[in-house]
Design a protein around this ligand. Structure first.
Ligand code: CAA
Length: 261
């Protein structure tokens, strides 16, 4: 697949998407958002992809936010459409059946921080910096940042970060629960690949059902969430992987799961 602003690679069930506008620190313009949106639709139908890694080109930035040169020319109406496109693309990440890890190699600011937050979890380099600087532009986050950051780190911390536009380093982001793990920059991609391979070795149906249970569950009360989990648990048994996994344990051998959904 050929793209103007993305590099797409696929190997052994692991898809790697690199946002590729390094001269603009991989800023999200409308074209890039549309390309990524289309690629996510393709991935949703690709039963052979078990795990997705999302990263930024170059060693300086994951994504430095929405493209400010486009924002500068927007009116209320076009800004709303732009936010809708960005939010729609990011919602597709949660709806993918396979996990998506943000591999944050540098600045993750504004829309870049929001994109990382829309992924299922984040691995970061020790050089990464996170922040929502929109207030310095007279704006607010528009790609889900006010919502996802508050859910991830709590409302009070999210408000402090948004109101002050303060940038935080990877270690502070980890302590806040925004980032799962931090690695030296040169080890980041290897560490991400190692985790990706582990996830890709699991049964794809059970991974998809776990992902949907967590995503849907965090937005409802515990009882409704447990109800959904029970239904998803039952659905696991519609895949041969449940028989293979439990059978392999009892036969004291390693399970061999389906290679596609
Ligand atoms: N949009 C467009 N271009 C951007 C950009 C952005 N978000 N961020 C960086 N660039 C461009 C710069 O204009 C510069 O281009 P030129 O070489 O053509 O001048 C190039 O990338 C390199 O950037 P800098 O020279 O500024 O690099 P630096 O190392 O001095 O600073 C930085 C790096 C701190 C990330 C700085 O570039 C910066 O503050 N960028 C803007 C970050 C920001 O405000 N993001 C939020 C955008 S609004 C948003 O995202 C809204 C939303 O929620 C949807």
């Amino acid at each position: 697949m050929e793209f103007k602003h993305l590099i797409y690679e696929k190997e052994e069930g692991i898809a790697r998407i690199t946002l590729n506008r390094p001269k603009a620190l991989n800023a999200l313009n409308a074209e890039l958002i549309a390309e990524l949106d289309g690629l996510l639709d393709t991935l949703a139908k690709d039963g052979a992809v078990r795990m997705v890694l999302l990263t930024g080109a170059g060693d300086k930035a994951f994504v430095a936010g929405a493209d400010i040169s486009e924002l500068a020319h927007m009116d209320s109406f076009s800004a709303r459409i732009f936010a809708e496109a960005g939010q729609g693309m990011m919602a597709k990440i949660a709806n993918l059946p396979m996990p998506v890890m943000a591999v944050v190699n540098g600045f993750a600011l504004g829309g870049g921080c929001e994109l990382a937050l829309a992924c299922d979890f984040i691995y970061a380099s020790d050089k990464a910096q996170f922040g929502l600087p929109e207030e310095t532009l007279g704006l607010i986050p528009g790609f889900g940042g006010t919502q996802r950051l508050a859910r991830r780190v709590g409302a009070a911390m999210a408000m402090e970060l948004i109101f002050t536009a303060k940038r935080i380093g990877a270690e502070e982001a980890r302590q806040l629960g925004l980032v799962n793990r931090v690695f030296p920059a040169e080890e980041l991609m290897d560490a991400a690949m190692k985790t990706a391979k582990t996830i890709a070795s699991m049964g794809p149906a059970a991974i998809a059902l776990a992902k949907i249970s967590v995503h849907r569950g965090v937005d409802v009360d515990l009882s409704a969430g447990c109800h959904m989990e029970k239904e998803a648990f039952g659905l696991c048994f519609a895949s041969p992987d449940a028989k293979e996994g439990t059978g392999a344990f009892l036969e004291k051998r390693k399970a061999v799961f389906s290679t596609s959904r």
